[in-house]
Design a protein around this ligand. Structure first.
Ligand SMILES: NC(=O)c1ccc[n+]([C@@H]2O[C@H](COP(=O)([O-])OP(=O)(O)OC[C@H]3O[C@@H](n4cnc5c(N)ncnc54)[C@H](OP(=O)(O)O)[C@@H]3O)[C@@H](O)[C@H]2O)c1
Length: 277
């Protein structure tokens, strides 16, 4: 499709820059699906702030890849351990956005005087496989906090300024097969939290659709990223209907389609070739 080719062509070759003048924060944007989404968003004209966990090298490489395609990017590292990480992330984001605003003389404030992105992509979502009877309290707390509470806190943080600006895009990532209520044998805590993201997206759509703010969840199938070891890759291949795992870019292309369309709101979208895990 033409719209997909445009996102993929990079800034220089893209005639229509869908997100020119927009600022995007991609949490978990230095690797995997988040990185590919950041690259495509930059190709569509958004100024990107990348958040990464611990790898300065991956952050630098992703920034370089965006800049080489003619896009604008900065970024920072912040390990997400507890809920207070969200405040640290938005405070780091404010520093990046203030610097960019100073350079470009393009000011964007929320009423409280701090900066907030037009587009929030929350990609980071840790996974742990364990049978339900082997999932302990710490696992429950970690997996639900990281995959539901923290995305929820981030959404609550950006929503007021999006409502004020009358424009906003929020994209969350669910898990494989978490697009509906299902039971899971080895990923109950992770999948329960990811399924809950659907309620979050539908709540934002209900509260903010009238002013052009969207929030959606993409549920990727088994995707080979740079983080997958050989065991994970073999599992992904064996479970995938085509015998081949998805690539992060395949997921990111759907992410762009969703971000580009105001009419898609509160949706929970599987991108999984119909795989059943
Ligand atoms: N991959 C799959 O097969 C698959 C399938 C279904 C759903 N999903 C979902 O899709 C989303 C993206 O998954 P993904 O596999 O591409 O990547 P991911 O591992 O969830 O995220 C990678 C990103 O998060 C950062 N990160 C890693 N550990 C961190 C920490 N402790 N604190 C803060 N940041 C941290 C990484 O930075 P560093 O590189 O610096 O650590 C990188 O930027 C997730 O929500 C995941 O649950 C993935």
């Amino acid at each position: 499709m033409k719209i997909f080719q445009d996102f993929d062509n990079g800034v220089e070759k893209t005639k229509r820059k869908l997100f020119s003048g927009k600022q995007a924060l991609v949490i978990g944007g230095t690797g995997g699906i988040g990185k590919e989404t950041a690259l495509l968003l930059a190709g569509a004209g958004a100024r990107i702030t990348l958040h990464g966990g611990s790898s300065q090298e991956r952050l630098a490489l992703t920034m370089k890849a965006i800049q080489e395609r003619g896009g604008e990017a900065d970024g920072f590292l912040c390990r997400i351990d507890g809920v207070e990480a969200i405040d640290r992330i938005f405070s780091e984001y404010s520093v990046c956005a203030a610097r960019a605003a100073y350079i470009s003389r393009h000011e964007r404030f929320i009423s409280g005087g701090s900066y907030s992105p037009d587009i929030l992509v929350y990609a980071y979502g840790p996974f742990k496989r364990a049978a339900l009877n082997e999932t302990n309290a710490a696992d429950w707390q970690f997996l639900t906090q990281q995959n539901l509470t923290l995305p929820g806190c981030a959404v609550s943080h950006v929503l007021p300024s999006m409502l004020e600006r009358k424009w906003g895009r929020i994209l969350l990532f669910g898990g494989a097969n978490t697009d509906a209520l299902r039971g899971f044998v080895t990923t109950t805590a992770y999948s329960a939290a990811k399924t809950g993201l659907g309620v979050l997206a539908k709540s934002v759509a209900k509260a903010a659709s009238h002013v052009g703010v969207t929030c959606n969840v993409i549920c990727p199938g088994l995707t080979d990223t740079e983080y997958a070891d050989e065991t994970a890759r073999a599992y992904n291949r064996a479970k995938s209907p085509s015998g081949k795992a998805l690539s992060p870019k395949m997921v990111a292309l759907t992410a762009m389609y969703v971000l580009a369309n105001r009419s898609i709101n509160g949706a929970i979208i599987p991108v999984d070739e119909g795989v059943v895990v």
